[in-house]
Design a protein. Structure first.
Length: 576
């Protein structure tokens, strides 16, 4: 114990012991910082004797010269080098004259081997970080060579080397000449691909492959393969290993090892927002019903005003990550202030990519019994063809979206098979943008538009009419409580919808922020009297970027009109 205490006291003494300090004048900030990085005085005692100072002067001169040459100053001189006592130790005072700087006169670069025809190397050649006229920096010269070597490894030139790498400096003319001859050798190809897993059909798993034997090697494509398999939802761990082999031909065999997820997943949840109040959720998923990757999922959502039960069967297609067939059956009950609705639906949807969009084509059989604004109940069995397109792009920093957008466009038709006769067409457009602003702020813009054309509007079920108001509509008003009114003054929903929102959000401390917003719009029966019908809401809010999502707490009030009182809006979930 005594030895331990002595060692601890010695360490504390050494850690607190004073050390020499360095003061440098002259030259650029970069030069001074480089000299400081080259000088090492931590091994020098505070009682340095005169003989030690003389030896140190010679070392300092060499280190200053090396630091200056590294930045292209081949004529740097030390005008002043002095040791000065300061407190318990001494200080080194340096006055440096950098002199003229060496500049690059010419860069002679040659690429040999298969990389001579590689567009990525051609792009690098056209955008070299070192060009004639630039000041010489040895670190950038070394970084240039490393860039070529790294690009060669990423593109599959595993035998690449510099046959010539020469930097010649003429201090008399202050010019530097760079000569590089890069021999890439042959480009390796993807060899045999071995997939190790036992839960799914091997041919099905191979649909996730974005490479095949014989393709030129690209590290980015193998990284994408890893991401595709990870995003599939079937595997808890994905390992992609490569084995470059120069003989008998340059190739890279690939081994993919997959560890399966648990087949069944159960989730329970409790939540609350001001649209639906408290809610209980339960979901069940069977990740692989069979070896062809078919899935079963079901969701139960319970709240006082909106309850639903849905079951779905998903069949992956040619590109299983982005293309599938979805079969759904569901029940839903809504009991809002403005309408009540009971629905039962069967739906078949084909989901696939189209350019940069996700396209969904579906056909739904929907039974609904609804009642709106005290009117007579509407009951119908509808056939509903639908097409929708969605797109999302976002840039995140520490879990917070700083720039991005999301679009959802839906076109829908409806025709009665039985019940109250009606035919209609419905269009809904929704978008949200996020723009970054200085000082950790951002601007969020949201808009929504809709239009409904029908033969008999009175027979259109409530869930297809347009309503406004609520957390993600016009804050300051209740959920789905805005829209055209009947003769009794009760909201019955509209043929058109228009909502726009602007929000300024400012981070103030850690993951906490504040917001100010303005919303406007309504559901309308026509285009006359838009000014009188439009409602406006404004307010302030609190934001918390929690580890599991964004929490928004808003205090909103109507402006101009006074149909509603001050309201609190609470939501939890993703911004886009």
């Amino acid at each position: 114990m005594r030895r331990f205490l002595l060692l601890l006291a010695f360490a504390a003494c050494c850690a607190a012991s004073p050390q020499p300090r360095i003061h440098i004048q002259g030259g650029t900030e970069a030069l001074r910082e480089n000299i400081r990085a080259h000088l090492n005085l931590s091994d020098q005692p505070c009682n340095l004797p005169p003989a030690g100072r003389q030896r140190l002067r010679k070392r300092i001169a060499k280190e200053v010269d090396a630091a200056a040459r590294a930045l292209g100053y081949y004529h740097a001189r030390i005008e002043k080098l002095a040791f000065q006592r300061s407190g318990e130790c001494w200080e080194l005072l340096l006055q440096v004259d950098p002199g003229p700087r060496v500049h690059i006169a010419a860069v002679d670069l040659q690429i040999e081997g298969e990389a001579a025809e590689d567009p990525e190397f051609e792009r690098l050649r056209r955008n070299l970080p070192l060009r004639p006229g630039d000041p010489l920096r040895h670190d950038r010269y070394e970084a240039l060579k490393l860039t070529f070597q790294n690009l060669a490894l990423r593109r599959g030139y595993f035998d690449a080397r510099f046959r010539v790498h020469r930097l010649e400096v003429d201090p008399r003319s202050n010019r530097a000449f760079i000569r590089l001859v890069f021999d890439s050798g042959p480009r390796y190809r993807i060899g045999a691909i071995e997939i190790r897993q036992d839960i799914l059909d091997p041919d099905f798993v191979r649909r996730y492959l974005n490479v095949k034997p014989g393709d030129p090697y690209e590290a980015e494509r193998l990284a994408l393969l890893h991401r595709r398999l990870s995003d599939s939802g079937y595997f808890t761990a994905v390992r992609v290993k490569t084995h470059p082999r120069p003989q008998p031909r340059p190739e890279v065999p690939v081994t993919v090892t997959l560890e399966p997820q648990k087949r069944r997943q159960y989730r329970f949840g409790l939540g609350f927002d001001t649209n639906t109040g408290p809610r209980l959720t339960f979901s069940y998923q069977d990740r692989y019903l069979n070896r062809r990757g078919h899935r079963w999922n079901s969701d139960l959502r319970l709240s006082f005003i909106d309850a639903s039960l849905r079951a779905g069967y998903r069949i992956p297609l040619a590109d299983p990550l982005r293309e599938h067939l979805q079969l759904d059956a569901g029940l839903r009950r809504q009991n809002l202030d403005t309408f009540t609705s009971h629905q039962a639906a069967l739906n078949a949807a084909y989901v696939h990519p189209r350019d940069r969009w996700n396209e969904t084509l579906s056909l739904k059989l929907n039974y609904e019994r609804s009642r709106t604004g005290g009117e007579d109940p509407v009951q119908s069995l509808l056939l509903l063809p639908q097409a929708s397109w969605s797109r999302r792009q976002a840039k995140e920093v520490n879990g917070r979206i700083t720039r991005g957008f999301k679009f959802d466009f839906t076109v829908q038709g409806g025709a009665t098979l039985s019940g109250n006769a009606v035919q209609f067409g419905r269009l809904r457009l929704w978008g949200k943008y996020v723009w970054p602003l200085p000082w950790r702020a951002r601007l969020v813009h949201r808009w929504e538009m809709g239009a409904l054309k029908s033969t008999r509007f009175a027979n259109v079920p409530a869930s297809f009419r347009f309503f406004a108001g609520g957390d993600d509509s016009i804050r300051g008003y209740g959920y789905q409580r805005l829209g055209p009114r009947n003769a009794e003054g009760k909201v019955v929903g509209g043929r058109y919808l228009g909502v726009i929102s602007w929000e300024y959000e400012q981070m103030v401390w850690g993951n906490w922020g504040v917001a100010a917003f303005f919303d406007a719009g309504n559901a309308y029966d026509g285009f006359s009297g838009l000014g009188r019908a439009t409602r406006f809401g404004a307010g302030v809010g609190l934001r918390w970027f929690s580890p599991v999502g964004l929490l928004r707490l808003d205090l909103a009030t109507p402006v101009i009109h006074d149909e509603a009182d001050l309201r609190i809006h609470f939501t939890f979930g993703a911004l886009l």
